[in-house]
Design a protein around this ligand. Sequence first.
Ligand code: NAD
Length: 262
Amino acid sequence: MVFLKNKTALITGSTSGIGLGIANQMASEGYDILLNGFGNSAEIEKIKSELFEKYGIKIFYVNADLTKKNDIKYLVEEGLNYFGHIDVLVNNAGTQYTAPVEEFPDDKWELILNLNLSSAFYLIKEVMPYMQKNNWGRIINIASVHGLVASAHKAAYVAAKHGLLGLTKVVALETAKTNITCNAICPGWVYTPLVEKQIQNRVDSGEGTFEKLKKDLVSEKQPSEEFVSVEQIGKLCLYLADESTTQLRGAAIPVDGAWTIQ
Ligand code: NAD
C-alpha cells in the first residue's frame, strides 16, 4: 500500500467504537485525522494524545452535532482551515433504537434518519467541491447489513441504511469520470465496547458466562459465529482509500461473517 503522507481523513463519530478503530488504522498509515463525535474533554484529549504518541500524525477535533446542518458546515470549515484539505470522508456516526413500528417514537425516527442518512448527504455536499477542485477524493459510508436486509423493530435504522446505499450509488455515478470514488461498507455484528458492555450486563444479571452469551449473540445472525473487529473495518477503509481502487465504485461491501448471503 502507498504511504499517503499528509492526506487528511475526516471520520465522523470517531470518538468511539468503529470510528475510533478506523481512525487508528488510518493514522497507522500516516493519514492526518479530523476527529469528530461526542465525549467529555478528558476522553477526547486521551484519544488525541494516544493517536499522536503512536503514529506522530496531526489530529484535530471538532465538536459538531451532525444532526444540525450548521454544525456540519462548521466541522468542514474548521477542518479545512486547519488542514487545508479533506481527502477522505468516512461517514460513520450513527445511532440505533428498536421498537415495533406502531410504537416507534417520532423523535427517534427523525434522529436516526438525520444522523444515519441526512448527515452523510450534507457532509458529502460540503466536501465535494474541495474534492472536485483537487480531482481526488474517497468517500466511504459505513452502512450496515441493515442496508441490505431487514430485522424486526429497526424501522428507522433499516430505512436509513438502505437510503445510505442509494446515496452511495448516486454519488458514485456522479463522480464516475473523476478520481473521486464513493463506496459503502456493510458490517454485521462488530465487537465494540458497547457490545462488550451489553454482554457484561447480561453476565452480571446471571444469564450465563461471558463467552457463551457472546457466542449466542453473534451466532443468531452470523454463520461464522465470530464478530467483525473494528480493525477489519479500518483496514477495509484503508483499502478503499488507496490509489489502486479507482474502478471500485458504488459498491456495498458486506463484512458480516456470511449473514447476508443466506
Ligand atoms: P458507537 O455508539 O460506538 O459510536 C458512534 C459514534 O457516533 C460516537 O463517536 C458518537 O459520539 C458519535 N455520535 C453519535 N451521535 C452523534 C451526533 N449527533 N453527532 C456527531 N457524532 C455523533 O457506535 P458504533 O457501533 O461504532 O457504530 C458506528 C457506525 O457503524 C454506525 O453508523 C452504525 O450504524 C454502524 N454499524 C455498527 C455495527 C455494530 O455492530 N457496532 C454494525 C453495523 C453498522
